[in-house]
Design a protein around this ligand. Structure first.
Ligand SMILES: Nc1ncnc2c1ncn2[C@@H]1O[C@H](COP(=O)(O)OP(=O)(O)OP(=O)(O)O)[C@@H](O)[C@H]1O
Ligand SMILES: [Mg+2]
Length: 483
């Protein structure tokens, strides 16, 4: 146990739940003598360490590790093997894995299951079901082998970026663990303790030769590597180290007046990376701010989105244009669900104009255009419901919403505000954009209570059940007539 714990700690920072779960796993295996009936499914955005923690798990369990990507597999035979009558017939991936590992109990990682394909060659997802299901896999039949093979000693680890595209029956059989992405402080620690030492060693640099200052790392994370995972951060660090390595080698070459001086380290070969030096190595910052508006104008409201890349702030803009007919138009790469929530927002406000904008008529003789900028990123999901209504009310009342405000929540036709996903990522995104007041659905209270104080520091979170409460926060000077 102690050894396993050490390995897990050594390879990855944080991820306490996952490590705990793996240790429990090993504990049970020790007591019962076998590791049966569990399939771990790691779900999270790119670069949060799903693949690499799989390797550590195998090391911690002292087992062989085999990884293959099921993304793009279209043919059932890749998993279940071909009949030997076919030319070029081969056993399926699982049997190949056993062959490579030379053991019946390896850790097999099925990477990217959410990208599994399907075609007229059969449905590989159902074939996977047979492999993974502990009820069935002691009798797994590979077409090539043509004898039953017991797979129940294999520990399967499955990874995916999102659960939505994995067949329901498959999700059902797995134990899902979410890796939700890292905030600034965590990334800082990961960079300092793992990424820099690891890559420095790879490039043959000594610890005394390079040093990253804390502000430089902060600037690197904020300006260049803002995703949920740490892959871009790692790449930027590599880029800096590579350039330094080149510089150091060049310096060593200039002084070969006598052979002895090559060995001697020339002065100034120790580098300290400060924020001012970053552009020299990695170019201009890629990100400035998600914040488009310093002061929110009329008709515009900030919302919070969650994509497979992590959290982001998004604006909902609306304007009205004179027109014969009153109608609404939505643009900005919005998916089906988002289109529906705009219609719900529209109808909801239509029925409640007297309440939220007394004295105004509902967009008479005008076409209302709602737009969600940054059209390049497809967005979907119901959580922009409250943001859309707020944007429309602001337009109708001709009054901007409260400054530094953002919100998220699904809206129903009766004005109820329903819970949403990606709470941590959304709070992180709001903080990054400097939005200080955040509105969340009341049913998300529990998710937020689970977060550490570090994450919640500096923002004021409101919990609401009904849209009336959102209205009161967004337009603090307005009176809500009693109905
Ligand atoms: N908590 C952590 N501590 C230390 N290193 C980490 C941590 N999380 C991620 N890394 C590092 O980040 C890099 C990317 O991780 P990895 O390839 O496992 O991502 P992934 O989750 O599998 O992404 P994808 O979904 O794109 O496959 C690896 O080099 C890994 O070591
Ligand atoms: Mg991976």
């Amino acid at each position: 146990m102690a050894e396993a714990e050490k390995i897990l700690e050594k390879d990855h920072y944080g991820l306490a739940d996952l490590k705990q779960r793996i240790l429990e796993f090993i504990g049970v295996a020790k007591l019962s003598g076998s590791l049966r009936g569990s399939i771990l499914c790691l779900v999270g955005p790119p670069g949060v360490g799903k693949t690499s923690i799989g390797k550590s798990i195998a090391r911690a369990l002292n087992r062989k590790f085999f990884r293959f990507s099921v993304g793009g597999i279209r043919d059932e035979a890749e998993i279940k093997g071909h009949r030997r009558t076919y030319i070029g017939a081969m056993p399926g991936k699982i049997i190949q894995a056993l062959k490579v590992c030379q053991t019946m109990n390896p850790v097999i990682m099925l990477d990217e299951v959410d990208k599994i394909g399907s075609s007229y060659h059969g449905d590989p997802a159902s074939a996977l079901l047979e492999v993974l299901d502990p009820e069935q896999n002691s009798e797994f039949l590979d077409h090539y082998l043509d004898v039953r093979c017991n797979l129940s000693d294999i520990l399967f680890i499955v990874t995916a970026n999102m659960l939505d595209s994995i067949p329901e029956a498959l999700v059902d059989r797995m134990e899902v663990m979410r890796l939700s992405g890292y905030i600034m402080e965590e990334k800082l620690e990961i960079a300092k303790r793992y990424l820099i030492p690891k890559n420095r060693k790879h490039m043959g640099l000594k610890a005394t030769q390079v040093e990253f200052t804390k502000p430089a790392l902060r600037q690197l994370i904020n300006g260049y590597a803002r995703e949920s995972g740490v892959r871009t951060l790692e790449n930027s660090i590599k880029k800096i180290l590579r350039k330094l390595a080149l510089e150091i080698v060049r310096q060593n070459e200039v002084v070969p007046t006598s052979k002895r001086s090559i060995k001697k380290e020339p002065a100034g070969s120790s580098y300290t990376i400060t924020p001012e030096e970053l552009p020299k190595y990695v170019g201009k910052p890629v990100f400035h701010s998600d914040r488009i508006y310093e002061e929110t104008p009329v008709g515009i409201c900030a919302g919070l989105a969650w994509t497979s890349m992590g959290g982001a702030t998004l604006y909902v803009e609306s304007i009205k244009i004179p027109s014969e007919k009153t109608e609404m138009k939505l643009t900005g790469q919005a998916g089906q669900v988002m289109k529906e929530s705009s219609e719900i927002a529209w109808s909801y406000l239509h029925g409640a104009v007297h309440k939220y904008a007394p004295g105004h008529t509902f967009f008479e003789k005008s076409q209302v255009h709602i737009h969600i900028p940054e059209g390049a990123t497809p967005k979907d999901g119901p959580s922009a419901g409250v943001t859309m209504v707020t944007s429309l009310i602001s337009l109708l009342r001709n009054e901007p919403v409260m400054q530094d405000l953002c919100m998220t929540g699904e809206l129903t036709l009766t004005g109820r505000v329903l819970p949403i996903g990606g709470v941590k990522e959304k709070i992180v995104a709001a903080k990054r954009s400097g939005l200080k007041v955040v509105i969340f659905p009341k049913d998300n209270l529990r998710d937020i209570e689970e977060l550490s104080d570090e994450i919640k520091k500096g923002i004021n979170i409101h919990f609401v059940e009904h849209y009336d409460e959102v209205f009161k926060i967004a337009f603090p000077d307005a009176e809500l007539p009693a109905i």
